[in-house]
Design a protein around this ligand. Structure first.
Ligand SMILES: [Zn+2]
Length: 218
């Protein structure tokens, strides 16, 4: 018998549950069944959820495709995002772009913006934060970038940046944020809850953050 997790052939029969044969793998010490009545227990479910979240599928469409409930998709998404480790960016003297993106959250009283920073060459996301466009929020992203001793930081013409980025490395001319503006379009296309002019939006901030984490680093 081959293990569903590690594909080793060291899995043996071990007991039954609800009249279904269960197997136990001696290599990775995990138990599994070949057929599940509840679809979400399948080994590959989390991987499907992870890739569908990046392919412009909403949580309800993922639920319909995998025949599992919306709530399961959401809770699995939270679990997946908790396991993600933010990759450590450790190159000094790079050039970064910072931009904000308007985001709709249901019943949100304040206006929400996604502020994030990317490295220009690799387009790796250094950090992101969701909140209103004020000094406090933007500073959290900028501080992360400043730790990397950047050569330049390119932003749009928002005045808040003037007070939190040292003048000698700050640039804000037209077209200097082209790469991150293009990435904004990617986000709007690849993440269903960020699409404009649709009925899709986030109801809770924590799910939005989890989804973005899966998209950026998952
Ligand atoms: Zn195994």
């Amino acid at each position: 018998m081959n293990c569903s997790y590690c594909t080793s052939s060291n899995a043996i029969k071990k007991g039954k549950r609800n009249n279904k044969q269960r197997f136990y793998c001696k290599e990775c010490n995990k138990s599994f069944q070949l057929n599940y009545s509840y679809q979400a227990y399948k080994v590959e479910t989390n991987n499907f959820i992870r890739s569908l979240l990046k392919e412009s599928c909403g949580v309800r469409s993922i639920g319909r495709i995998l025949s599992i409930s919306t709530k399961t998709v959401l809770s699995r998404m939270l679990n997946i995002s908790k396991q993600i480790r933010v990759p450590y960016f450790n190159t000094f003297g790079c050039k970064f772009e910072v931009d904000e993106l308007f985001i709709k959250i249901a019943n949100g009283k304040s206006q929400n913006w996604l502020t994030y920073a990317i490295e220009q060459q690799t387009k790796q996301v250094i950090g992101f934060i969701i909140g209103s466009r004020n000094t406090e929020t933007l500073k959290q992203v900028i501080d992360k970038v400043l730790l990397l001793k950047p050569k330049r930081i390119y932003t749009d013409k928002l005045n808040i940046y003037l007070s939190i980025i040292p003048k000698e490395i700050h640039k804000r001319f037209q077209y200097c944020t082209n790469r991150i503006e293009r990435m904004n379009l990617n986000l709007r296309t690849h993440i269903k809850r960020l699409s404009r002019k649709t009925i899709c939006y986030s109801k809770k901030l924590e799910y939005l953050e989890a989804h973005l984490k899966v998209y950026f680093w998952g």
